[in-house]
Design a protein around this ligand. Structure first.
Ligand code: GRF
Length: 210
């Protein structure tokens, strides 16, 4: 199944809240026309973050919608949807975007998110910390289709990462992020070129989706 809008190269809107290394990996991949996608805009929920600076250096339009600038969460979410819509995305990629999106937003845009743990284990804001505290020997990263829950949506791709005995949260998260970026770039490219099919919890991407 092609992406809903089906344009080639596929149009990505990327949402960020922080350092934007996942965004950078996508920007680098999109520099190759054979990748099949391009980042048409980058949005954030806060100003002055490296993620926005990366977009600006790449000459990509940016927008910021801070929750605090709106009277209600619904107002924020609707404004975010309006600005995202302007860029006519085939796919929205939430790459380290630390806000939950409403069902209305998710009904309008096919949205993927990355999480630094192997879902359904360790959902929420502290995936690497929770994995370390639990004492697991293998954790990783998950790319999923965002649904109304917290890191609960249908799984698109996963990558395992070993936990080392001397890991602290930062070292573990950095190693997860390296694997996460490669997984994200690979999966988004396959979706851009070959489509995505979501049937209940089962997701097929690339050639398998056609
Ligand atoms: C990633 O590990 C993402 O999964 C998590 O926050 C990190 C964002 O990193 N939610 P970056 O902003 O892409 O560098």
């Amino acid at each position: 199944m092609p992406l809903p809008a089906g344009s080639q190269p596929a149009r990505l809107v990327v949402l960020v809240s922080g350092s934007g290394t996942n965004l950078q990996a996508l920007l680098d991949a999109c520099a190759d026309p054979a990748y099949g996608a391009r980042v048409v805009a980058v949005g954030a929920d806060r100003e002055d973050i490296e993620g926005l600076a990366r977009a600006e250096r790449a000459g990509i339009p940016t927008f910021v919608r801070a929750v605090s600038a709106f009277e209600t969460r619904e107002g924020w979410d609707a404004s975010l949807a309006t600005v995202v819509e302007r860029f006519e995305p085939d796919l929205v990629v939430s790459a380290g975007f630390m806000k939950l999106l409403s069902q209305e937003f998710l009904d309008r845009f096919l949205t993927l998110n990355t999480h630094p743990a192997l879902c359904p284990a360790f959902p929420g804001m502290h995936g690497p910390r929770d994995a370390l505290e639990h004492g697991v020997k293998v954790t990783g990263a998950t790319l999923f289709v965002v649904d109304a829950g917290v890191d609960t949506g249908p799984i698109v791709a996963q990558v395992p990462v070993e936990v080392h005995e001397d890991d602290d949260v930062e070292a573990l998260h950095e190693r997860i992020k390296a694997a996460e970026r490669a997984m994200l770039v690979d999966a988004v490219g396959r979706i851009a070129r070959g489509g995505i099919e979501v049937e209940g919890r089962r997701v097929r991407i690339g050639a398998a989706a056609r």
